[in-house]
Design a protein around this ligand. Structure first.
Ligand code: HEM
Length: 159
């Protein structure tokens, strides 16, 4: 008698996951359209991050690297502490990947942008942090998928 192990593939898992893309701002709709972001992409990202949950704290590794920039260390010392910022970032990073982009999501992003502007954080450091997160997620995709179609879909969803 054979033993059957049911392996669910990423596409199948994504179909069983929530993905909501519902924004009212015309400007944000245009941005979403230009980068070809779909609800299905949100499902894929959601399942990828949830599935690799034990490693989700690693999503913060890029910041540990970035926070070594002397200018940034200075900003943190004045406005916060590394411990507090780390906590804020963990909660925030996980919420970024929960498969929902709606008006609340946009409102929160705007608040974060205003906070960073207020404390004088230059956009290049914010983008560098995200580029690093992207690199990290891409590594997870290549480690955890064998199927080329799934790799292509996941890498494109990460953007
Ligand atoms: C991908 C990059 C980043 C994300 C997603 C992020 C996210 C956030 C969030 C969610 C907040 C809270 C905003 C609020 O409630 O008003 C915040 C605040 C803050 N961020 Fe960032 N941040 C990023 C990069 C950085 C970097 C590189 C620095 C380095 C100086 C930094 C310094 C701060 C500080 C000092 C605060 C205010 C105090 C605090 O909450 O501890 N952030 N950030």
């Amino acid at each position: 008698m054979g033993i059957f192990i049911k392996v669910k593939h990423w596409f199948q898992k994504a179909n069983e996951t929530d993905g909501i893309l519902d924004v009212s701002s015309e400007q944000v709709k245009l941005q979403v359209n230009i980068i070809d972001l779909t609800e299905y992409d949100l499902k894929l990202i959601n399942i990828l991050v949830r599935q690799s949950n034990p490693r989700s704290r690693e999503l913060l590794m890029p910041f540990i690297k970035i926070l070594q920039v002397p200018e940034l260390k200075g900003i943190i010392t004045v406005h916060s502490t590394v411990g507090r910022l780390r906590k804020t970032l963990i909660t925030h990073m996980l919420s970024l990947f929960n498969g929902v982009i709606d008006d609340d999501f946009v409102k929160l992003r705007t608040k974060v942008a205003k906070t960073h502007y207020r404390i004088g954080l230059q956009p290049r450091w914010y983008s560098s942090g995200f580029q690093n997160v992207k690199n990290h997620l891409q590594r997870i995709v290549f480690e955890q998928t064998k199927n080329e179609d799934e790799q292509r879909a996941l890498i494109s969803a990460i953007g």
